[in-house]
Write a new protein. Structure first.
Length: 225
C-alpha cells in the first residue's frame, strides 16, 4: 500500500485488523514496532480505534533498547506517549520488555510471558494477529541487524543482541517468533529506503528484513508516497 496519507492509512489498516481479529476470535494480539516511524501512526490508531474493546487487545514489543522505561530511547516510552496513554487498556494486557534489568533475565521472563499465552492457545509459539515492523537503512528489522548471530536463532523467541547503533544493548524478537505471525506489516515512510524495500519485495535481498516470511501469514507494506 502506497499512500500520501501514511499515518492515517497505516492506522486504518491496523484498526481494521483489530476489529477483524476481535470479531473472529475475541482477541487481537498486536506487536508494536519501535523507532521513530510509528510515532505518527500510533496516535491515529488511538483516534480511529477509540471504539475498540482494548481489553481484548494484547500488546507486545518487537524489540526494546536496554534502557529504563522513562528513557528517551525506550520503545515502550514512545508507545506510551503515542498510544498507551491515549487508550483505555488494562496494564496486564501490555507486555513490556523490562529493558532496565539484566538483558538475559529480561529476555527469559518475556519468553515465559509469551509461552504462557501460547500454551493457553495450544500454540508452539505465540501467534501475533498483527506484528508491526520498521525497516532500518541497513535492512535491519526489530533489532535483527546484518551480521548478528541472532539472525540464525532457531529456538528462542526473544534474545538479547548487541546492535551497531546506540543503545547497543537491545532485546529483540527472533525470526521464529516473527514468522509465526498471522500478519506482518512493515511501516516505512522514508523514501531513502525505497531501493531496499523494492529489493526485498522482489525477493532479491540478503538483508535481515527479507527473512520476514511468515509461514502461515501475510506481509503488508505500508509505504509513504
Ligand atoms: C528500533 C526499531 C527498529 C526501527 C528501524 C526503523 O528499536 O529502532 O525496532 O527496527 O523500526 O530502525 O527506525 P525508524 O522508524 O526510526 O526509521
Amino acid at each position: 500500500m502506497r499512500t500520501s496519507n501514511f499515518a492515517r492509512d497505516a492506522a486504518a489498516f491496523i484498526v481494521e485488523r483489530a476489529r477483524s481479529a476481535i470479531s473472529t476470535h475475541g482477541l487481537f494480539r498486536l506487536g508494536l514496532a519501535g523507532g521513530r516511524t510509528p510515532r505518527d501512526v500510533y496516535p491515529e490508531v488511538a483516534q480511529l480505534g477509540a471504539e475498540l474493546s482494548w481489553s481484548r487487545v494484547q500488546i507486545t514489543f518487537g524489540d526494546e533498547r536496554c534502557v529504563p522505561p522513562d528513557h528517551p530511547e525506550s520503545n515502550y516510552l514512545m508507545a506510551k506517549l503515542s498510544l498507551l496513554d491515549r487508550i483505555i487498556i488494562p496494564e496486564m494486557n501490555v507486555f513490556r520488555i523490562r529493558g532496565e534489568i539484566d538483558p538475559e533475565t529480561a529476555a527469559g521472563e518475556y519468553e515465559e510471558k509469551l509461552a504462557a499465552v501460547a500454551g493457553r492457545f495450544g500454540e508452539a509459539r505465540y501467534v501475533h494477529d498483527l506484528l508491526l515492523l520498521g525497516l532500518g537503512a541497513d535492512g535491519h528489522t526489530a533489532s535483527l541487524f546484518p551480521g548478528s548471530p541472532a539472525l540464525n536463532e532457531s529456538v528462542r523467541n526473544v534474545t538479547p543482541v548487541l546492535g551497531p547503533k546506540p543503545p547497543m544493548q537491545r532485546i529483540t524478537f527472533t525470526f521464529p517468533l516473527i514468522n509465526s505471525a498471522r500478519h506482518v506489516c512493515f511501516l516505512v515512510n522514508d523514501a531513502a529506503k525505497e531501493p531496499i524495500v523494492n529489493e526485498i519485495i522482489a525477493g532479491r535481498s540478503p538483508l535481515p528484513a527479507a527473512s520476514v516470511r511468515p509461514s502461515g501469514g501475510a506481509v503488508t507494506w505500508v509505504l509513504a508516497k
